[in-house]
Design a protein around this ligand. Structure first.
Ligand SMILES: Cc1ncc(COP(=O)(O)O)c(C=O)c1O
Length: 402
């Protein structure tokens, strides 16, 4: 028998909405103080219990969330919160999450998700247009830039070592170049792709933490192994530095090397008239990782991989699964054919809803606001007699609350 609570909860939306609204009000308030970070073992002890065997009332469960969960979470919305690289998600996108779950479309195949697959493809097109990529561009939503970079480097490996998907790779035969300040996801992807982590060649950077194009060019000239890709970074993890995509793009074009850009943080600058110049040259890339769940202030997980030629991505994941994917001769709308994931959330829907609600102008204003806040914090620190600034950021991944 279906438990009666299942039917009861069909109308439980307002109770959850009240919980979330109350949390947002408290977290954003200047009078309610965010809970301090406790000792993890103490928090874990609060949840050290067997799986509940029988149903509880919804009111009891939600009350438990208020008492046990919320006081032990990071309050990203608190005006004083500054840590790491999570966005304070935009309200329309927060509420859209319930819709994404309620619809539970799977983006493996379009027959299970027609409208939202069309939306995923449209949103990817918008991102590709912002990057100035051509008509062949396409891509996929991912759970993060880590997956996006992995998939991009898979496509690059497929081009450099076409037999690798079927036959594997020999360690030491191919390499990937990136800045010494590249995010660890690059090394992780290279290792997972079977090239071996020692296949990552870190290129030195200049005083502003940007990959030195001359050093890259010299290293590539001397390289005797197969170069799978160069990875440049737009918005580095520690300092928010942007590599020179014009110079690096010219080197990659001249040498016939795949250029991937990790724009997890910085690709969102493309929305801003004031800051998009930081990605000058991006139209030359073969692939671009872009995390709307960072500087576009979407909730986790909202990330994308955009490739200049969608066929590259399709070829990289080329597999036969006739019980799922249709018509392999045409470029199918099924997003599963170009994704590491099988069951895939309609994360594109919350990005689409937020874009409809706030517009490109709204995202641009938010991006500019984050940069202004970064600048203001930098100036405060710089002027303070007890502090010494180590660098001058243009965009900082601390992401102060919007
Ligand atoms: C520059 C850069 N690239 C990639 C990533 C990984 O992104 P994600 O957490 O979305 O996988 C991060 C994470 O902060 C990052 O700073």
């Amino acid at each position: 028998m279906i438990p009666p609570e299942v039917a009861e909860d069909l109308s439980a939306g307002p109770a959850f909405a009240t919980l979330v609204s109350d949390f947002l009000r408290d977290a954003r308030s200047r009078t309610v103080t965010a809970p301090p970070v406790g000792v993890f073992a103490d928090v874990a002890a609060l949840f050290d219990e067997p799986a509940p065997a029988v149903a509880r009332s919804l009111a009891d469960v939600l009350d438990d969330v208020r008492r046990r969960v919320l006081p032990h979470t990071a309050w990203l919305h608190d005006p004083m919160h500054m840590a790491h690289q999570l966005s304070t998600p935009l309200p329309a996108a927060i509420w859209a999450e319930a819709l994404v779950s309620a619809l539970n479309q799977s983006h493996a195949v379009s027959e299970l998700s027609q409208a939202t697959t069309a939306i995923e493809r449209r949103v990817i097109r918008w991102l590709a247009d912002l990057a100035g990529l051509g008509a062949e561009a396409g891509g996929t939503m991912t759970v993060g830039a880590t997956e996006a970079t992995f998939s991009a480097l898979l496509a690059a490996r497929n081009q450099a070592l076409p037999d690798a998907f079927d036959d594997g790779v020999r360690g030491g035969e191919a390499v990937v170049y990136c800045s010494e300040h590249a995010h660890y996801s690059v090394e992780r992807a290279v290792a997972l792709l079977g090239l071996g982590r020692r296949a990552v060649v870190g290129v030195r950077s200049d005083a502003a933490f940007r990959l030195d194009p001359a050093a890259l060019d010299a290293a590539l000239a001397a390289e005797r192994r197969t170069v799978v890709a160069v990875v440049a970074t737009a918005g580095s993890t520690a300092v928010g530095a942007f590599d020179d995509l014009v110079a690096i793009g010219e080197i990659c074009a001249r040498r016939g090397v795949w250029l991937h850009v990790d724009g997890a943080h910085g690709a969102s600058a493309l929305l801003s008239a004031r800051h998009r110049h930081r990605l000058r040259g991006v139209e030359q890339v073969r692939s671009l990782a872009w995390d709307p769940h960072k500087m576009m202030l979407l909730p986790l997980a909202t990330s994308a991989l955009v490739v200049a030629d969608e066929g590259d991505l399709d070829a990289a994941f080329s597999q036969s699964a006739p019980y799922l994917f249709h018509d392999p001769s045409a470029r199918p709308p099924d997003q599963g054919v170009r994704s590491f994931q099988c069951s895939r959330r309609a994360d594109a829907l919350k990005l689409w809803i937020a874009w409809q609600r706030y517009g490109s102008d709204g995202f641009a204003a938010l991006y500019d606001h984050l940069c202004e806040t970064t600048r203001a914090i930098y100036e405060l620190v710089d002027e303070h007699p007890s502090f010494e600034t180590l660098h001058e950021p243009v965009q900082h991944p601390l992401l102060p609350a919007a």
